[in-house]
Write a protein that binds this ligand. Structure first.
Ligand SMILES: Cc1ncccc1N[C@@H](C)c1ccc2c(c1)OCCCO2
Length: 115
């Protein structure tokens, strides 16, 4: 029930890093396709093709509700956003390009922050 001070401090560090990383993703100029859940009624085929939809507002909700038990599970949800984007969008489409740009940025920032 009670963490040791060391593991408690370590947990606080990763929560802080997740908050910083998510805030940077949300503020990025290319974030616009990923800020809210894809409206599956207005995007034909999305519901059938994308088995596990994910977006930055859903990640924000999960982070606020302490649903990420590890740094890895947070990173998996962020990568799910970009993997869904690659699956559904052409690489050279506007949304596809935004996805590649955001993934490059995320990879760079989380290694800077946590490695
Ligand atoms: C990440 C993603 N992948 C595949 C499709 C859409 C999206 N993002 C959503 C938010 C979106 C972006 C652009 C849109 C759109 C909806 O509404 C239909 C009309 C065109 O403009």
């Amino acid at each position: 029930k009670h963490d040791s001070p060391v593991s408690c401090a370590k947990k606080a560090k990763t929560v802080k890093a997740q908050q910083i990383l998510l805030a940077e993703l949300e503020a990025h100029p290319a974030a616009w396709p990923f800020l809210s859940p894809v409206n599956q009624k207005s995007v034909p085929g999305y519901r059938k093709v994308i088995k596990k939809p994910m977006d930055f507002s859903t990640i924000r909700e999960k982070l606020t509700n302490n649903q990420y038990l590890s740094l890895e599970s947070f990173i998996m949800d962020v990568n799910l956003v970009f993997d869904n984007c690659e699956k559904f969008n052409e690489d050279h489409s506007e949304i596809g390009q935004a996805g590649h740009s955001m993934r490059r940025y995320f990879d760079k920032r989380w290694t800077e922050l946590l490695k």
